[in-house]
Design a protein around this ligand. Structure first.
Ligand code: NAD
Length: 327
């Protein structure tokens, strides 16, 4: 059975991917520096059969080199995501830039395949909806830190393909669209759905950036995991970019209404609109984001299985238990 190294294993996607791979009988080595991920996310599997966890930074090349030996596939998920205008973009640029280079270097050294987690953010403000993998990308100015995440992932994609072309490293780039679960970070780094769920369950204000008419295509994490496992197996995916996610589109404000309806709290929905400039400076929010899944369907046999409504239901149920146990 194949040996897989997951970077960012204690994060939302990483921990669910770990569950799926162990269930399928893979051997997994997982690393995470626990900067965003949580040990609870992997506690059911830590040092159990088939899994070894190491608290290691992807910037630590020497340790990565040792752990990457005898690994068939590296699923590279460790990354630093969105930054607000008041934050530093250094970690995003360094971890995503140098960390990805380290992963590619050890894959080249030991002959492993790399599945790289890119993001729908790279489509930026592209007006071509739904977003196709071969479409042009439209990013904003460098003076706005919010763009550092998209820019770092786009640079990563170029580097992944350079290692493929120049050194023959087998690579697949997956452009993940937004997903969530009860293991998401319940801060802005985890996206709007988890944070709205928490606010509604705690009867707090739901803070909406801008007017809430911007749409997103969000889905349940298991759909990202399914796409990732398919990409690990399919030879045809090597050297390709594939969108993975759910193409069900909903505006940010309607997602607040939907969560409120599903949660049945018996309390009124409280919404507060916050001007975008207060968080992201002159960043122009992306008004529409929807994947074209044709390639994923044809090439991988991929099909998202969990509707947005079901994903919210599952996450609310699990989040309620977590909040109940911590109170
Ligand atoms: N979840 C989504 O909706 C989504 C959408 C698009 C792309 N992605 C990409 O998928 C990947 C996984 O996302 P996620 O939602 O699970 O995020 P996450 O923040 O939950 O997980 C990322 C993990 O990487 C770890 N990490 C960060 N810096 C590290 C470092 N220097 N060394 C080792 N570990 C480090 C964090 O502690 C965390 O556990 C990321 O690369 C992200 O950019 C996710």
């Amino acid at each position: 059975m194949k040996r897989v190294l997951i970077t960012g294993v204690a994060g939302m996607v990483g921990s669910h991917l770990l569950d799926a791979l162990l269930e399928k009988g893979y051997e997994v080595v997982g690393i995470d520096n626990l900067s965003f991920g949580k040990l609870e996310n992997i506690s059911g599997n830590v040092n159990g059969p088939g899994f070894k966890f190491y608290q290691v930074d992807v910037l630590d090349f020497e340790t990565l080199k040792i752990l990457g030996k005898d690994v068939d596939i590296i699923v590279h998920l460790a990354a630093v995501k969105k930054v607000g205008e008041a934050d530093s973009s250094m970690a995003t640029l360094m971890v995503n830039g140098k960390g990805t280079e380290n992963v590619l270097e050890i894959a080249k050294m030991w002959g492993s395949k790399v599945i790289f987690a890119s993001t729908s953010d790279v489509y930026g403000m592209s007006p071509d909806i739904p977003h196709r993998e071969d479409g042009d990308l439209l990013l904003g100015p460098s003076m706005i830190k919010r763009w550092s995440y998209a820019v770092s992932k786009l640079y990563n994609e170029q580097m992944v393909f350079a290692y493929h072309k120049d050194y023959g490293v087998p690579v697949v780039v997956l452009r993940y669209f937004g997903s969530f679960s009860s293991r998401s970070s319940f801060t802005w780094s985890g996206g709007h759905i988890p944070i709205f769920i928490d606010a509604i369950l705690k009867d707090e204000e739901v803070i909406i950036h801008g007017d809430g008419t911007q749409t997103r295509s969000m889905g349940y994490v298991t759909d990202l995991v399914d796409g990732t496992v398919l990409a690990m197996k399919k030879e045809e995916a090597i050297g390709k970019i594939v969108n993975i996610g759910n193409d069900e589109e909903l505006s940010v404000i309607d997602s607040a209404y939907l969560i409120h309806e599903i949660a049945h709290t018996g309390k009124e929905l409280k919404i507060k609109f916050l001007p975008m400039e207060e968080i992201f400076g002159k960043y122009k929010d992306i008004m529409k984001r929807k994947p074209d899944l044709t390639k994923a369907k044809k090439m991988l046999g991929y099909e998202p299985k969990v509707s947005l409504r079901e994903a919210i239901q599952i996450t609310i149920e699990e989040r309620r238990k977590i909040l109940h146990n911590t109170n």
